[in-house]
Design a protein around this ligand. Structure first.
Ligand SMILES: *Cc1c(COP(=O)(O)O)cnc(C)c1O
Length: 576
């Protein structure tokens, strides 16, 4: 039907594999999982991103938990193929050359999707311009705007240079929204037939081509650039007046620009869709709940188990519905093996010895305030009492180099770890990345998440845990609102989501519920009723991994966003 036409997926970061460190967290890992599923499903997709030659950073932690950042050393030519194609973009009135590297994501099903990494570190550019594609999320807003020019405008020009014909542009977050301005230029109406200057700009034609996925209700996640900066760095790619109409009058708001130039917009979980509709009145915002790539996020032991009992599971995760055909003891054996692997890994990296017999809680994600990594430590006396010798906790996560409260959070966890030392072992595994994530989500017994509602748009690490039979214990926000069945797939913390979440902080309620459930429900089940515990593990697989995978997610994008003839598909579905 599409002939040779492709869907172009634009993303600032992408997490495909260890060895290509061009991601910082959930957004990038999701992009990688999206592309892998597209390859598995044989979808006509190409991806565009930045090379990020110095990566995000590697994290070193001193003995008091102070984070030290080191640039990542990697050699793109080890894994990527340099292409001869070049385009240029105007930055501060200069012509900046943009080169490109290709990485082919190959699926075992025979499908493949190319990822194009844009690179300004090439001959002919000034030293300053060569740095534009060095640091992921580094520098100030001038640097960020330059990166977004390269990604959006450079990216769309590069696809043209590569002679790839595009049917739809999918903007993964607002970072690439400048591509829509370039499209606006390309699709200009013939000036001789138009009587009103403004009608030259065919906004509808651009909207027809663009899909926008917004990923966070956190204010800082939405880029805004003052117009004096925009005019000096970007210039008037379209007249300023038009830019202001589409991107906001005060500053160029990339989210607003993407909203105004896309005809399909979605949040990344049902709850996030609601929250986004409250944030951006007047826009029709759908939701497509995130998923993770099943094969990537299932550890070795469980892969083998699924291969023998549910052959074909990786490309058809719906087969998890038959998880009850796997004997309990096989599930437990596979879990114990993953746990032991994690324990030896932790011993190697930190010198801390965990016990394989003790209920182990995992918490790993970006260290940033709204994720409340220290909620578990709100009442140290109580934690000591209920957890004495019967609980241990594994942490991991990087703080953005400029996020001081996030860095303090890591130090606080180290302080608490010392205070709890004789009772509850707490260990912080440094340099959280896809590899450590995979090891942790499979190796712990329980996956904890305590975000401040409604800030967790989706959250995906809990879905990874579910793929390895690890139940979630989480605040009802993001995906867990949809995945949670109390005592069946895992447990909630605190109240049901509500429209007032933004006003109330709920700290005390969440804290009490967290301890109460640990003490009275979760620990008794783990230690006193192993078959009951394994039942919950199986439900995590059969009811959570079954649904929260990126194959299901990509099928939704195809039917609702990429090729739907009526853009309200999922809303109509909800009416039955
Ligand atoms: C999955 C993943 C994340 C995202 O986890 P959340 O639960 O969404 O916060 C972040 N970083 C890495 C390395 C991951 O693998």
């Amino acid at each position: 039907m599409l002939g040779n036409l492709k869907i172009a997926y634009f993303t600032m970061e992408i997490g495909l594999r260890t060895g290509i460190p061009t991601y910082s967290g959930g957004l990038g890992v999701l992009a990688g999982d999206t592309i892998k599923s597209a390859a598995d499903l044989g979808l006509p997709v190409v991806a565009v991103t930045l090379l990020s030659r110095k990566g995000y950073f590697t994290q070193e932690l001193t003995s008091d938990g102070t984070q030290i950042e080191h640039p990542v050393q990697w050699n793109p030519s080890d894994l990527l193929e340099p292409l001869p194609h070049q385009v240029s973009v105007q930055i501060q009135g200069r012509k900046v050359k943009v080169g490109v590297w290709r990485y082919e994501v190959l699926s075992q099903t025979g499908g493949s999707v190319p990822v194009y990494f844009l690179d300004t570190d090439i001959e002919g550019n000034t030293d300053q311009d060569r740095e534009i594609t060095h640091h992921l999320y580094g520098g100030d807003s001038t640097y960020r705007l330059k990166q977004e020019i390269v990604l959006g405008i450079g990216g769309i020009r590069m696809l043209q240079e590569l002679e790839i014909d595009i049917f739809k542009y999918h903007l993964n977050e607002g970072h690439s929204a400048l591509l829509a301005l370039e499209l606006l230029n390309w699709l200009r109406r013939d000036i001789t037939t138009v009587w009103d200057e403004k009608l030259v700009w065919d906004v509808e034609a651009v909207q027809e081509r663009c899909i926008f996925t917004t990923h966070t209700p956190v204010e800082a996640g939405h880029d805004k650039f003052p117009y004096d900066l925009v005019t000096s760095i970007l210039g008037e790619i379209v007249p300023l007046e038009i830019m202001k109409e589409l991107g906001g009058t005060e500053h160029l708001n990339m989210t607003l620009l993407a909203l105004n130039l896309s005809n399909y917009v979605n949040g990344v979980a049902k709850r996030h869709g609601e929250v986004s509709r409250e944030m951006f009145h007047g826009y029709h915002i759908h939701s497509i709940t995130n998923g993770v790539h099943s094969h990537t996020w299932t550890c070795e032991g469980f892969r083998e188990l699924y291969d023998s009992y549910l052959p074909g599971w990786a490309n058809e995760p719906e087969l998890f519905v038959r998880i009850d055909t796997v004997p309990d003891e096989k599930i437990w054996e596979a879990h114990v093996a993953s746990k032991n692997k994690m324990i030896s890994r932790i011993r190697e990296k930190t010198g801390v010895s965990l016990s394989p017999e003790v209920l182990t809680i995992g918490f790993a994600r970006r260290a940033t305030s709204y994720k409340r990594a220290d909620l578990l430590f709100s009442d140290l006396q109580r934690l000591k009492r209920i957890g004495d010798g019967r609980l241990q906790i594994v942490y991991a996560g990087k703080a953005h180099p400029k996020d001081e409260p996030g860095k303090d959070l890591i130090r606080r966890i180290f302080t608490h770890a010392r205070e709890l030392a004789d009772h509850v072992t707490v260990v912080y595994l440094p340099d959280y990345n896809m590899e450590t994530a995979c090891c942790m989500v499979a190796g712990v017994d329980l996956w904890l998440n305590t975000p401040l509602r409604p800030m967790e748009a989706s959250g995906t690490s809990g879905m990874k845990a579910a793929h390895n039979g690890v139940p979630n214990f989480s605040v009802l926000d993001g995906w867990w609102v949809e995945g949670h069945i109390e005592g069946v797939t895992g447990w909630s913390i605190g109240p049901e989501p509500s429209g007032k979440d933004r006003d109330g902080r709920n700290g005390k309620v969440d804290e009490k519920d967290l301890y109460d459930k640990l003490e009275k429900v979760i620990m008794p089940l783990y230690y006193g009723n192993r078959p009951g515990w394994i039942r919950v593990m199986k439900n995590a697989i059969g009811k959570n991994a079954y649904y929260f995978n990126s194959h299901r997610m990509m099928r939704r994008y195809v039917t609702f966003a990429y090729i739907s003839t009526h853009s309200t598909g999922e809303d109509a579905a909800g009416k039955y």
